[in-house]
Design a binder for this molecule. Structure first.
Ligand code: FAD
Ligand code: MG
Ligand code: MG
Length: 327
């Protein structure tokens, strides 16, 4: 999933947001870019300190421990939670930031991963989910209230949101070409060093990292993929992955092996990938009909088939001969 082409660049890699974050800035001004790169990393660390459920002092952790009281949060956190609630409503709860207790209970991606008992899952599920979360702004001060026992988790949207914030900064600082890679959430700023769209491979869901099934060609776009293969554990021959169906509290039984979305808005792309994966084919097709114009590429789980929306057709090319394309 790394764009092809040899640029004049300054780049850096750090472990952030639970993943490897790679930043590449392309152009001439090396000294300025070194400083910009360090400032971007500082911004990621700052935002992680607000949004992470793994940092006790973060806004989200404080909220999850507040037992139903109003909690004062930064405007950034209020904005992201508001955005999350809006997308949760748009997707009828397929994306639900109130999934925190379920995520913690299963512990997928941690050494404590296990299959919980049905009673534990029932206890961790919130029947109304995101609808029980309230954001209030008052003269520049922001507050959020969640009922006791409801925990937020922004893992399915925060990387995209961080990418959007970094992009705004780059635009303000006059950086015209860059690649922001937040562990598979890619943002391609401007066009490639050759002055053409960036070429980007989409990860094959059943093959080692770096092997792709198709290519997209884009400028100024975010490319985000969600799939069960990213984080999972196996028990008694069953694979349990990290994308949950908020209706059941179990890993979503999806028709898809992966969902990729290509959009300017990285937070939206991130959250919708997760949502469309959870919805499965029938609901996803209805959603796309209602919300036309979205560029999405799906790999079907049952057959070697790729579904491509009309908007994505313009930029996607299949490279794996074992797959066929459907619209
Ligand atoms: P996506 O599909 O985009 O998101 C899946 C993640 O969203 C799940 O892991 C879960 O957290 C949540 N989720 C699951 N189902 C739903 C649903 N239906 N609706 C809404 N959300 C859902 N990983 C670590 O191992 N250690 C860390 O310290 C760590 N810190 C992080 C801090 C931040 C601020 C962020 C954004 C991520 C962090 N991560 C960390 C990674 C995180 O746990 C997830 O693995 C990652 O965000 C999943 O992204 P994805 O693109 O693979 O999948
Ligand atoms: Mg996501
Ligand atoms: Mg993602």
């Amino acid at each position: 999933r790394w764009p092809i082409g040899k640029p004049h660049e300054v780049s850096g890699e750090n472990f952030r947001l639970g993943t490897y974050v790679k930043l590449r800035l392309l152009g001439e001004d090396k000294n300025f870019f070194e400083g910009e790169l360090a400032a971007m990393d500082g911004e990621i660390v700052r935002l992680e300190g607000l949004f992470s459920v793994n940092i006790a002092s973060s806004d989200i952790s404080r909220l999850n421990g507040a037992g139903g009281e109003w909690v004062k949060v930064t405007p950034e956190t209020a904005a992201l939670v508001k955005r999350s609630l809006a997308i949760a409503a748009l997707t009828d709860g397929a994306f639900d930031p109130a999934i925190g207790r379920i995520v913690r209970l299963w512990g997928i991606g941690t050494p404590g991963a296990r299959v919980p008992k049905p009673a534990e899952i029932r206890a961790a599920l919130r029947s109304k989910g995101y609808k029980e979360v309230t954001v209030r702004e008052n003269g520049g001060e922001c507050y959020i209230k969640t009922p006791p026992g409801l925990w937020l988790d922004l893992g399915a949207i925060a990387k995209g949101h961080v990418a959007d914030i970094l992009k705004e900064r780059l635009a303000a600082d006059g950086v015209k070409r860059a690649v922001i890679d937040l562990g598979g959430n890619l943002d391609l700023v401007g066009d490639s060093p050759e002055g053409r769209p960036w070429r980007l491979g989409l990860q094959h869901p059943h093959k080692p990292r770096g092997e792709y099934f198709g290519v997209v060609e884009v400028s100024d776009r975010s490319v985000v993929t969600s799939g069960p293969y990213e984080r999972f554990f196996e028990q008694d021959g069953v694979c349990y992955h990290h994308i949950f169906d908020p209706a059941t509290g179990y890993p979503a039984k999806s028709d898809f092996d992966s969902v990729s979305i290509i959009d300017r808005d990285s937070a939206l792309a991130d959250a919708l990938c997760t949502a469309l994966f959870v919805m499965g084919r029938v609901k996803a097709e209805k959603f796309l009909e209602k919300n036309g114009g979205l560029a999405a590429v799906f790999v079907l789980a049952s057959e070697d088939k790729v579904l491509v929306t009309p908007e994505a057709r313009k930029i996607f090319r299949l490279t794996d001969k074992n797959f066929t394309v459907d619209t």
